[in-house]
Design a protein around this ligand. Sequence first.
Ligand code: NAP
Length: 289
Amino acid sequence: MEIPPNMRLVALLGDPVQHSLSPRMHAAAFQACGLRWAYVAFRVRPEDLPEAVAGLRALGFAGANVTIPHKVAVLELLDELDASARRCGAANTLVFRTDGRSAGYNTDVAGMRRALAEAGVEVRGLHAVVLGAGGAARAACAALGEGKARRVVVLGRRRDTAQAVCARMRQEFPTTDFAALGFDPACVRAALQGADLVVNATPVGMHPRGEDSPVAEAAWLRPGQVVFDMVYNPLRTRLLQLARQAGARTVGGLSMLVHQGAEAFELWTGLSAPIDAMKRAVGLVHAEV
Ligand code: NAP
């Protein structure tokens, strides 16, 4: 494919990136709006992130998405942060302004909020469990805090990371009770018992390890719960299969992908995002998987 010199470019920086549907989704969005823009995915190791961000700015990229595992580390490389990135302590969208300044946003927060709304989940008063304590978990906590969830339990492999996320979220969202736990099976099982909503914000179960699940057994889940898996490749993750066996409601990660991407598209281009074209490009017909 030819990329002529006057084409505007947007990058995805992550490690891994081969699972990502963002290049396909944004290519469809640019085409639907008649824009001569291209979206390119780059695998960037953590130690190379500063050079990668500086390189995008030097090369005149319009913006970028930042994904696993760079959403927290990227903050200190940016000139400005909007309120969503500041509140989360993580950014997933960068805008390189014409004056040379770089700005960070967190469109995962709105993505998660809209995906929950589309699935008919009322956040107010919920008791939620967030599996993982990285960038996506921070966005999930912020969406749940903004929506006035009653209690959010964050499970991290390193408990101090989960504690740090909770400490920040308590300051930002004082009406929600945030608590941190470790990620061993006993903690996961105990945390799930009282939960109305379970959010997987780890990469466990993602391509090419689709047989893995952050929840070991269907018996740990129950009817009436909503299980939201941010992983969207594969579409029917092992976690969502177990949730179905348990009689829980399931929400896959595609709807969040589209909504976080739509907000990023609007930040880069200043245009309304062609949501239907983006949904079609990733094969999203229903929010529920
Ligand atoms: P991240 O910042 O690297 O955080 C990943 C978190 O998962 C960390 O807490 C990490 O723990 C934990 N983790 C990794 N492997 C684990 C394992 N085997 N067992 C338990 N915990 C594990 O990545 P991220 O940006 O938050 O992304 C997480 C996932 O969400 C990715 O699969 C990403 O594609 C997906 N996501 C989807 C959407 C969407 O729109 N659908 C949006 C955002 C993210 P350590 O800190 O100990 O490594």
